[in-house]
Ligand binder design. Structure first.
Ligand code: AMP
Ligand code: GLY
Length: 422
């Protein structure tokens, strides 16, 4: 099979490695890819926003499956256009991607299909939103409805903070994504992520992970795309996974089908596990980054037929086979991330680091300048290790990371602390 992978981050590098290991694979292309992905795939300069160019490429190179990493092409309807052109694509349609693209859409689905989540209301004016927030009381959570690069959520500790967030969003901080606001109750508990593969009718469990969203050690400071992660999430016992499948994923599949928008692809379920069980915080319509970097090394089966079945057929009705080991990844970010990451610094020592047993290094934001490897983004590298448990994976990952010579970058030294504390 020939596969085209869309994206250029660490998540896509992990996907490229897993797809590259498939005996079913003939050729793997990545658009646009990155220098790491280029070692296992052929990078092509193709703009994912230009759907007719993507379709023409697929026809010319006899692509059997397009695997889409990030959310933007999904929300823009790339899967719909590829499907209409007869090219199988892994990921949800434009309408189904509203599970990530619109918080209000998802909350209404939860209400209609009794999916456990925080109580909420939707607003298109500041006065109504403020009155509701005052009625519910702090702490309260204020969310821009649309995609806001992970910055559209404010967990407000006080009413002043809630009102400021409402004014900020309606003031246009996120453009159209902030035309509507969702106000919801604050949920207590432990946050975790769960992933299910879906074929429009059914879903099967994939894996669980926990990430560290804040930039600073001890989980403080600004939110980021994620500074590290591990899989499995210790809190996700088999019993808890079964509850999430039954109480959240299954009714979502049924609800989307009933709405005429059957969900295909991977469903990324952001959860709060509290005293009364799992509650949905949010859905994403794609694999997580860096969660994918820790889930895929644990895979004990071929990824390619699973993604193909999700896109075009029926998934096997058995959970995905996983190794019993744990994986942990550390994000090596450019100094200044997330506010103003410094680009252009040189990275040395990768070959030593990646020669370590059970270690994988994925590129998230690099470029080649001649034969020099240069930082070219916020999150630049991911150092991932597989171990007997989180502590073993963590020891191997930090040992490998310390072999990298990159004064232009920083990383958190406490990835996995919550799992270790258990
Ligand atoms: P989201 O983009 O919806 O995942 O929200 C970003 C982050 O805000 C989440 O990862 C949580 O840490 C936090 N958050 C969102 N909604 C809630 C909620 N209802 N209660 C508590 N924390 C929340
Ligand atoms: N790491 C969180 C995400 O991929 O959205």
């Amino acid at each position: 099979m020939n596969v085209l992978l869309i994206g250029s981050g660490g998540r896509e590098h992990a996907l490229a490695i897993a797809l590259g290991a498939s005996p079913l694979l003939t050729r793997l292309f990545a658009a646009p890819g990155n220098p790491g992905i280029g070692e296992v795939a052929q990078n092509v300069a193709l703009d994912a926003a230009n759907h007719s160019a993507v379709i023409a490429f697929c026809k010319a190179h006899e692509i059997d499956l397009v695997v889409i990493g990030p959310e933007a092409p999904l929300v823009a309807g790339l899967v719909d256009d590829l499907t209409a052109a007869g090219v199988p694509a892994f990921g949800p349609s434009k309408i189904a991607a509203q599970l990530e693209g619109s918080k209000g859409y998802t909350k209404d689905l939860c209400r209609e299909f009794s999916i456990p989540t925080a109580d909420y209301e939707r607003f298109s004016d500041a006065e109504g939103a403020k009155a509701y927030a005052r009625q519910r009381g702090a702490p309260i959570v204020v969310k821009a409805d649309g995609l806001a690069a992970g910055k559209g959520v404010v967990v407000a500790e006080s009413m002043d903070e809630a009102e400021a967030a409402i004014d900020m969003i309606f003031g246009g901080a996120f453009g159209q994504a902030g035309a509507e606001v969702v106000i919801e109750d604050f949920l207590e508990g432990e946050e975790t992520s769960f992933f299910a593969l879906c074929d429009g009718e059914c879903a099967i469990p994939f894996a669980s992970a926990q990430d560290h969203k804040r930039v600073g050690e001890g989980d403080v400071g600004p939110n980021t795309g994620g500074m590290g992660a591990y899989s499995p999430a210790p809190i996700m016992s088999d019993a808890m996974s079964a509850r999430v499948m039954a109480e959240i994923v299954a009714p979502t599949m049924a609800g989307m089908k009933a709405r005429g928008a059957p969900y295909r692809g991977v469903l990324f379920v952001g959860l709060m596990i509290g005293a009364s069980g799992p509650k949905l915080i949010e859905f994403n319509a794609r694999f997580g980054d860096p969660e994918t970097q820790v889930m895929l090394p644990r895979l004990d089966c071929d990824l390619l037929p699973l993604l193909l079945a999700s896109a075009t057929g029926k998934l096997p009705q058995a959970p995905v086979a996983l190794k019993p080991q744990s994986a942990l990844t550390i994000v090596y970010a450019a100094n200044g991330y997330p506010d103003s990451p410094q680009r252009g610094t040189e990275i040395h020592g990768l070959d030593n680091a990646r020669a370590q047993a059970d270690v994988t290094i994925t590129h998230a934001g690099t470029k080649l300048q001649g034969d020099k490897l240069i930082a070219n983004g916020g999150r630049v590298l991911n150092v991932t290790a597989l171990g007997e448990d989180v502590a073993d994976a963590r020891r191997k990952a930090y040992a490998a990371l310390e072999m990298i010579d990159w004064p232009g970058g920083f990383y958190r030294r406490d990835i996995g602390w919550r799992a270790l504390a258990r």
